[in-house]
Design a protein around this ligand. Structure first.
Ligand code: ADP
Length: 501
């Protein structure tokens, strides 16, 4: 090999190596001369700026800069030449680049100075920051959402030590982020719920997401809050669960309001039942007062006659006859009252029995679920509408369902209420209310629908009697059966016509 060939060979070999380096470098590499004219512009730069090497080499580098750097660059190089103040040279900093399409992107630029033929050249290495910036912005945006959330957002490791504590957590629990970071989450758990926290962490450790878990937590100042928690695993880049993220919502006020609504509805129900019964009872008492007073007076007179003299038998018979007549009058009053209920101005409209029953059941079971009563609906689809006084039929259903719920209050284990609406024979539709309570007490079954039959301390014993009057008035029938499993079954049927009896 000839010496000069070998010289050439060595030279072209290192030039080729340099070309490969420029072509394969991930970062942009650009070389400018002391006048700012681009000498070298690699493939990464082409990708970054959108200009080809042909567009840029031989041009002033300022074309790759947005305003005001674009305008100031020549002056900057001149000032460096005059003062030797390197500013960026020999170091690096974050600057902006301008793409061919005019868009501006963040980049990290480090500049080194070299010499060629007695002139300075500058080598710039350009690292694209757009992706990183975007990720940072995304992270900041998410952090801002987390921070501004009114919901509690907490991170903890698998040992239960807090790793993140947002503003919502501070406001809800009263502990600052500084107080809680690194501290055990046990700080906000009521002592009796410590095991629950461990169990939740175990579930999340297995990769489970726990949704809307209703529990309680304690604030720094000792208040107990109702909290709904959703817990999800935090995973590392390899997918292993390394922590738990918790989103919690303070349900205390909502739960209080719900409780209050339940109480008020209960009260309302109670009052409306009482006032209906109270009205009936007071009118019965008023009407019955007269004949009963007469019965008492006549009886007193007969007793007096019998103890003080020997009254003529026809006189005693006369008085006893008067007593019987007054008793009969009392009976008539009761019958009249019943027929008043039956014949009272009813407004018959066509209604879906299933809807009417469902609405009434929903009203009558408010709060029952909390007491562990499971309500099952079985509605046969496609039932035709029936003519009925909706309010009265609802009154019957409320009565039956309330009785069932009250009966279930005494049932220890299964507390089930089944409400069924379906077709019955002869064009009738049947409503069934069955419970798993203790059943109808002995001796009550035969008098169940008679007024004042009750086994309850504060019962009036007229609910079923009124219900019977209403169902009779609709041309239907109501009856009770002992529940074959356990408890009681009440059924009533209504005719298709909804005719008055
Ligand atoms: P009250 O509920 O005021 O007692 P009702 O006429 O509605 O009046 O009920 C009469 C009685 O029938 C009740 O006291 C109770 O002994 C019995 N009873 C009604 N429904 C049921 C039921 N679902 N399970 C057991 N007993 C019941």
């Amino acid at each position: 090999m000839l010496p000069d060939q070998s010289e050439d060979g060595r030279y072209s070999e290192s030039a080729a190596r340099l070309d490969t380096l420029l072509a394969t470098a991930v970062d942009g590499i650009i070389v400018i001369d002391s006048a700012g004219i681009v000498q070298v512009y690699n493939a990464a730069c082409e990708r970054l700026f959108g200009y080809s090497a042909g567009d840029v080499v031989g041009q002033n580098v300022r074309m790759l800069m947005p305003s005001p750097y674009h305008e100031n660059h020549d002056r900057y190089i001149a000032s460096y030449r005059a003062t030797g103040n390197p500013k960026i040279i020999g170091a690096g900093r974050e600057v902006s680049g301008r793409r061919k399409d005019g868009s501006v992107f963040p980049m990290y630029l480090s500049v080194g100075e070299g010499h060629q033929n007695g002139q300075s050249i500058f080598v710039g290495i350009i690292h694209d920051l757009a992706r990183q910036k975007q990720a940072e912005q995304e992270r900041d945006r998410l952090a801002a959402i987390v921070e501004s959330s009114h919901d509690v957002i907490i991170g903890k490791d698998l040992a239960g030590s807090v790793t993140a504590w947002n503003r919502g957590a501070e406001l809800t629990y009263g502990y600052t982020v500084a107080e809680m970071m690194g501290r055990s989450i046990a700080a906000i758990c009521p002592p009796e719920r410590k095991a629950e926290v461990d169990a939740l962490i175990q579930r999340v450790r297995r990769g489970e997401v726990v949704s809307q878990f209703d529990t309680q937590r304690v604030t720094k100042d000792g208040r107990t809050l109702d909290i709904s928690l959703t817990l999800s695993p935090i995973r590392d880049s390899a997918g292993a669960v390394v922590g738990v993220s918790t989103i919690g919502r303070n349900m205390t006020e909502l739960r209080l309001a719900e409780r209050r609504v339940r109480e008020l509805t209960q009260e309302m129900l109670h009052i409306s039942r009482l006032s209906a019964m109270g009205q009936l009872a007071s009118s019965i008492a008023h009407e019955l007062n007269q004949p009963l007073t007469a019965v008492v007076n006549y009886s007193e007179a007969v007793r007096h006659m019998l103890t003080t003299s020997s009254p003529p038998p026809e006189k005693v018979a006369d008085f006893l006859g008067k007593i019987a007549a007054q008793a009969e009058r009392a009976g008539q009053i009761i019958r009249r009252l019943r027929s008043y209920v039956e014949k009272s101005e009813v407004e018959r409209t066509l209604e879906s029995l299933a809807t009417v029953v469902e609405e009434a059941t929903a009203l009558a079971t408010v709060g029952a679920r909390v007491e562990g009563v499971v309500v099952k609906y079985e509605f046969e689809p496609g039932l035709p509408e029936l003519g009925m006084d909706k309010i009265q039929i609802q009154q019957v259903v409320v009565n039956l369902v309330r009785n069932a719920v009250e009966a279930l209050g005494g049932a220890a284990e299964r507390r089930e209420l089944t409400v069924r609406v379906g077709r019955s024979v002869g064009g009738y539709q049947e409503v069934m209310v069955a419970d798993t309570g203790p059943g109808i007490p002995d001796g009550v079954l035969e008098n169940l629908f008679k007024p004042f039959t009750t086994t309850k301390k504060s019962g009036m014993g007229i609910g079923l009697s009124i219900s019977q009057s209403i169902i009779d008035a609709h041309g239907g029938r109501i009856w009770a059966e002992p529940n074959p499993g356990r408890g009681a079954v009440f059924r009533f049927v209504l005719p298709q016509s909804g005719a008055s009896s």
